[in-house]
Write a protein that binds this ligand. Structure first.
Ligand code: MN
Ligand code: MG
Length: 663
């Protein structure tokens, strides 16, 4: 232990605990007071959590094809080793969503496959780090039950889930569950004077029952999902009967409303209220608890890290944090109970004021080595073609004409939501799709464009097509809101004076990610009008209408009709202040990222045809021209741009090139 600390360059100190025993510790993590204070018949147990790893083992962003200090179980593993080295008693659990969510997961599912006896790299990594148990997250079901069960077969730890059943019984305890609903395990635990006792730890796992919608094609007819709270209430007394001293819920479920509603997906709060549950390990939200994110919620105490007075933790995502719940346990009459607790999520990196990232820990080499072969196989996979595109995917002209790099996102979203909305009340509504060019020069500079040529498309190109880790949303809006959504987008353009030449087209303060193109409708943009909405989205010119000739299925769009728009979580919950997108109109919250959906779309289609359908253009303003700056590489692809009269106009500022568009 001393050598290990010396290697880490940390100073040693000696702590005298209450019983007079000397304990060695190091300044990077001062001895927890529970260890210092544990008396006879008292024991300090450290409960560690990872959650939402999504196959992130190496600190590597496979889409960007570069290392990242913000992710990776190998980084969190270094915190695990430190805690284990100093803790008298510790356990390590994973809270689900380990099997899917990065190109390594896709490589295993789409390319390599799992045969009987194969090891999935995330399971290898969890085995290597000697996890004590895990539960299933919703994403475990993304590749189907056969793939899941073959992956789990390699686990040297129990994987539990109480609310997924192959056959439903009269009550949850009579279900035939897919994996064991819970485990009650004996553990040796050392008290404050070094005496060893036995404790029975009960673990029970839960997943959002929404898996039945999200992965219907894999699950319908094969499994059933129960309500989380209903399952917990049924099983906890059984676990108590089997002698569980303490019960820890591995809850792949977020922290949300306090009031229980049937089949709620984020049920951590009502779950914590259940008598007999001592600790709630939370997840699914990809957030950190305790943190200010959850301040002010009913029954949630951020300062003490509790929900309904029970210690809880949520360890971010992708290995960003190690969750830690410290329990002071006390035994009397052979039974143990929690007498004190604290909780904290330990980050693996920090963001500096200049937005740069500093790693706080190094990778654990043993964990890296355990999956090195699969890491390299994944690198080859992301760099290799998985599909083809029959049109170039570049964004040099995405702000002046309908564009394939936006169209492909739009098409993939529509393809995905068509399936997801089947069997819902929204199935019959017209499904539109909104997407914006994320990389379109501007403050990103003259090289900051999407640029994927005709031919092979590799997985790493998808990051170029979809920059942000957004998740898919569907919103239900009126025709009027569709029009106003487009009016808000059209705020990216300056107002032009008809008949004048060489007016600057773009408002430099309007980010391109707020220039949503909506596919499924046809429209023109009248630049002679002022923008209907101001920079922040306020209705500043109520009489102005830039969106003209707006049609749906060849007829003027009915402003009173209802539509569903496919978009992302940022827009749907109010990002950019778009009319009809304030969070209240969301009708479907997808568990999948837009990026994953694009990858699936490309893999599914083989060859994609992202050719733009020219569903929007500028309204003719004879005798009027505007100037538009874009990246210098645009000169090679100028012939691709359709539906706009454009000619070179020399150089723009700061390395951009300039074009003249005759309206
Ligand atoms: Mn997740
Ligand atoms: Mg289009």
């Amino acid at each position: 232990m001393g050598r290990q600390h010396a290697n880490m360059g940390c100073s040693m100190s000696l702590v005298l605990n209450r019983r007079g025993f000397l304990a060695a510790t190091a300044s990077f993590a001062a001895l927890h007071p529970f260890s210092a204070n544990a008396a006879v018949n008292q024991a300090h147990l450290r409960v560690m959590e990872t959650t939402d790893l999504h196959v992130h083992i190496w600190p590597y962003d496979y889409y960007a094809d570069r290392e990242r200090d913000t992710m990776g179980l190998a980084r969190a593993a270094s915190i695990v080793r430190k805690i284990r080295a100093e803790a008298t008693n510790s356990v390590l659990y994973d809270n689900g969503d380990f099997l899917q969510g990065n190109p390594m997961g896709d490589y295993m599912a789409y390319e390599r496959g799992m045969k009987e006896g194969d090891m999935h790299p995330i399971i290898t990594a969890l085995n290597t780090l000697e996890f004590d148990a895990s539960t299933l997250g919703n994403h475990e079901f993304n590749y189907g039950l056969d793939f899941l069960m073959k992956s789990l077969a390699g686990a040297k730890f129990p994987v539990i889930s109480a609310n997924v059943a192959k056959e439903l019984g009269a009550d949850p305890t009579r279900d035939i569950t897919l994996v064991p609903p819970y485990v009650v395990t004996d553990k040796e635990i050392t008290d404050g004077i070094g005496e060893v006792h036995q404790i029975r730890i009960g673990l029970i796992g839960f997943v959002p029952p929404q898996i039945m919608n999200w992965d219907r094609r894999h699950l319908e007819g094969n499994v059933h999902a129960r309500d989380i709270v209903e399952s917990a209430k049924a099983y906890v007394p059984v676990m108590k009967e089997q002698g569980a001293d303490i019960i820890i819920a591995l809850s792949h479920s977020g922290i949300s409303a306090a009031r229980h509603t049937e089949f709620m997906g984020n049920a951590a709060v009502p779950l914590a209220a259940i008598e007999g549950i001592d600790v709630v390990l939370s997840g699914h939200h990809h957030n950190v608890f305790p943190s200010a994110t959850y301040e002010g919620m009913e029954a949630v105490d951020v300062a003490s890290g509790t929900i309904h007075g029970k210690p809880a933790v949520m360890a971010g995502f992708w290995g960003s944090h190690l969750g830690l719940v410290d329990l002071m346990l006390e035994t009397s009459g052979g039974e143990w109970r929690v007498v004190d607790h604290s909780s904290e999520a330990h980050p693996i990196s920090k963001r500096n004021e200049d937005r740069s990232i500093t790693a706080l820990v190094k990778s654990d080499q043993v964990v890296l080595d355990s999956v090195a072969d699969m890491h390299h196989a994944t690198l080859a996979y992301v760099r290799r073609a998985v599909g083809k595109t029959s049109a170039p995917l570049h964004s040099y002209f995405a702000l002046v004409a309908d564009d394939p790099s936006v169209q492909i996102v739009s098409k993939a979203q529509r393809w995905y939501l068509t399936e997801m909305l089947k069997g819902t009340e929204y199935e019959g509504l017209p499904l539109l799709s909104a997407a914006a060019p994320f990389k379109a020069g501007g403050r990103g500079g003259p090289e900051y464009y999407t640029d994927v040529p005709v031919g092979d498309v590799a997985i790493k190109n998808v990051a170029d097509l979809y920059l942000y880790p957004n998740t898919v949303r569907a919103v239900k809006v009126t025709g009027r809101q569709v029009k106003d959504w487009l009016e808000r987008s059209a705020g990216i353009f300056n107002q032009v004076t008809p008949g004048e030449s060489d007016q600057l087209l773009l408002n430099p303060n309007f980010p391109s990610y707020n220039f949503d193109v909506i596919d499924g409708v046809q429209y023109k943009i009248d630049l002679s009008q002022p923008s209907r909405f101001g920079g922040r989205g306020a209705l500043t010119n109520p009489d102005a209408e830039r969106i003209v000739d707006l049609t749906f299925n060849g007829k003027p769009l009915d402003l009173e009709a209802e539509f569903v728009i496919a978009t992302n979580n940022y827009r749907a919950s109010g990002g950019g202040n778009f009319p009809g997108a304030d969070g209240s109109t969301i009708v479907f919250e997808a568990p999948d990222t837009n990026r994953d959906v694009i990858v699936r779309y490309i893999v599914n289609q083989g060859t994609i045809d992202p050719a733009a359908d020219a569903n929007w253009s500028f309204k003719d303003l004879p005798g009027t021209s505007v100037l538009f700056d874009t990246g210098p590489k645009s000169v090679d692809v100028i012939s691709d741009v359709k539906g706009v009269t454009i000619e070179s106009a020399g150089d723009g500022d700061d390395g951009f090139v300039r074009y003249r568009i005759s309206l």
